[in-house]
Design a protein around this ligand. Structure first.
Ligand code: GLP
Length: 236
């Protein structure tokens, strides 16, 4: 694991964008695993700049997102599909049909998960997976649990996650209680993992996840077993 500590969110965002851009330059038809939350916003803004400057070309890239809220369609402003379209895809030259986000409105979320995993497998797996980390150690929406779940699957969100994500909604009551998330199989199968975290509030959970015991109670701790993880942490 490579653990990089930087001073500012701007520096984190530039470094993360440069690592993703390098991946695309080295393998133009790569599969990027993408994340939502506030942490990647700066990274995505920098990728848009690099694309606009002609330094990186996303035209052959495919993307697969980690997760989606159950009950939200892609045109809902709180959905992760909407987030990706507006914060990244609209600003780079990726083909819209090559961007995948799990459906939050599937009648059969378990089957939806199977199909999502089959899709990732058919793409040859993920070349680089970008991750944030929740205050409880969740990655994607893999919440603390008694076991790690391999497949893309529906989950009940923890109260702390609902609380943390309420800032994106008009009120706490509007935060969906469930989500669909990529499981640990696809995440751990990614050839490279890049986890970004900013702010002093994330320091404790990063220490637990990367220097504590490997346990499903701290889902990100499974990344200690991954052969190629880069963590970028900014204190501010
Ligand atoms: C959500 C997402 C995660 C993300 C987490 C942290 O719960 N499902 O993928 O890592 O938020 O968000 P933030 O980056 O806003 O702290």
């Amino acid at each position: 694991m490579t653990f990089i500590t930087v001073k500012t969110y701007e520096e984190l965002s530039r470094k993360a964008a440069n690592l993703i851009a390098a991946q695309v330059v080295m393998k133009p038809d790569c599969v990027l695993g993408l994340a939502t939350g506030s942490s990647p916003l700066g990274t995505y803004a920098n990728l848009a700049k690099l694309c606009e400057a002609g330094d990186v070309d996303f035209s052959a890239v495919t993307s697969v997102n980690l997760d989606e809220y159950v009950g939200l369609t892609g045109d809902n402003e709180q959905s992760y599909r909407y987030f990706m379209d507006h914060n990244l895809f609209a600003h780079i030259n990726i083909r819209p049909e090559a961007t995948y986000v799990p459906s939050g409105v599937s009648a059969d979320p378990v089957e939806e998960g199977r199909q999502y995993d089959a899709l990732i497998e058919s793409l040859g797996g993920i070349d680089l997976q970008l991750l944030g980390i929740g205050l409880d150690g969740h990655i994607g929406f893999n919440e603390p649990d008694d076991c790690f779940t391999k497949e893309t699957h529906p989950v009940e969100l923890d109260e702390s996650t609902i609380e943390a994500n309420a800032r994106f909604f008009a009120s706490r009551d509007e935060v969906p209680r469930q989500a669909v998330t990529m499981g640990m199989g696809a995440i751990m199968g990614a050839r490279k993992v890049l986890l970004i975290a900013n702010g002093a509030a994330k320091k404790d959970i990063l220490e637990k996840a990367f220097y504590g015991p490997i346990t499903p109670q701290v889902p990100a701790s499974i990344l200690q077993l991954h052969p190629d993880v880069t963590v970028i942490f900014s204190e501010n």
